[in-house]
Ligand binder design. Structure first.
Ligand SMILES: Cc1ncc(COP(=O)(O)O)c(C=O)c1O
Length: 347
């Protein structure tokens, strides 16, 4: 069996040797008392990176989004977000089930954007029958839209219409550092117009666990209570936060390698018979392509047999993600395996 090449997600990354070293020697304390120096350092570093006053270390991107929704909205209020948003599609309806918040989708375009005029029109007016619109959520980069980036201008256009109506803005920035690197701007430029932003340490940045939610000091103080409600008050979690500090300090610039590998893979895939890939659609580390004339689950199963792991999105589409641990040679090998599997499925 040839070595496995795992392109299912950038969540499969393993911590770097520097992370393991930092974890082994991390200074820790009780974070529920605010006494874990490593967590305090990570939260400060994250807040600075995002241009916000404060940060809150949470267990996952899902927890970051749920805490943000709980903190911005009262029960029975409404949050507007994209039809393809991770919060809507993949977070087990936690906003509804746990936070008591109704999610109201508006269409995402293929670049992961929301039409600001549609967002404006969707914000509720005063009416006895209506829920209160409290929040608009954006996603940058956009997972189901193939890692598409939102620019500072696109973010501001939506934030302006929300803020003009007294509605707050949260960015699900699980991969916002990929967007920053791809655009060549500081992440703080992408987060400037938002009232909160969460980002993941455990995706392309390769830390084993964790996300950080950032916002004003007042917002984060309330978010901290909501994290506690969710059971997210972790004690000597500096052990895992230590890897997050290494991630922020040394793993951001290398995201350009993942993006270059993704483009290389996309160009190779686009040249294979039956592969449909929208030109220019690969902006960061996620590649989504469709298969013509055969179904995606069958192809994915064939790829798995060859030791190449990918995610099946639906009957037609497959997703591949480049990340730390995937080198150019792996991408070349992955292309060979896709070519062989396409031939075998077609035969
Ligand atoms: C855009 C986005 N938001 C949130 C999450 C959730 O992150 P986690 O898996 O850490 O809960 C993901 C995970 O892939 C994601 O892609």
């Amino acid at each position: 069996m040839p070595p496995t090449i795992d392109l299912r997600s950038d969540t499969v990354t393993h911590p770097s040797p520097a992370m393991r070293e930092a974890m082994a020697t991390a200074e820790v304390g009780d974070d529920v008392y605010g006494e874990d120096p490593t967590i305090n350092r990570l939260e400060a570093l994250a807040a600075e990176t995002m241009g916000k006053e404060a940060g809150l270390f949470v267990s996952s991107g899902t927890m970051s989004n749920l805490v943000a929704v709980m903190t911005h909205c009262q029960r029975g209020e409404e949050a507007i977000l994209g039809s393809e948003a991770h919060i809507l599609q993949y977070e087990v309806a936690g906003a509804a089930g746990v936070a008591g918040v109704q999610l109201r989708p508006v269409p995402n375009d293929e670049g992961g954007r929301l039409d600001p005029s549609l967002v404006e029109a969707t914000i509720r007016g005063q009416n006895l029958h209506f829920p209160q619109t409290a929040l608009v959520c954006l996603e940058n980069t956009h997972n189901r839209c193939g890692g598409a980036v939102l620019t500072p201008e696109e973010t501001r256009a939506v934030a302006d219409v929300a803020h003009a109506r007294g509605v707050r803005v949260h960015i699900d920035g699980a991969r916002i550092l990929n967007a920053a690197v791809a655009l060549g701007v500081p992440a703080s430029d992408l987060a400037r117009e938002a009232d909160s932003v969460g980002f993941c340490l455990s995706k392309g940045l390769a830390a084993p666990v964790g996300s950080v939610l950032c916002g004003s000091a007042e917002f984060i103080a309330r978010a901290r209570k909501n994290r506690k409600i969710l059971g997210g008050g972790m004690r000597q979690a500096g052990i895992i936060a230590a890897a997050g500090v290494v991630a922020l300090e040394s793993m951001v610039e290398r995201l350009t390698d993942d993006h270059a590998n993704a483009r290389w893979l996309a160009d190779g895939l686009a040249g294979l018979p039956g592969v449909v890939l929208r030109p220019g659609s690969v902006q960061t580390n996620i590649i989504i392509f469709a298969i013509e004339g055969q179904d995606a689950p069958t192809l994915a199963a064939r790829l798995r047999e060859s030791g190449l792991l990918a995610t099946t999105l639906d009957a037609r589409r497959i997703r591949m993600v480049t990340h730390y641990g995937i080198e150019r040679a792996d991408v070349e090998e992955a292309l060979d395996r896709v070519q062989a599997a396409l031939g075998a499925v077609a035969a």
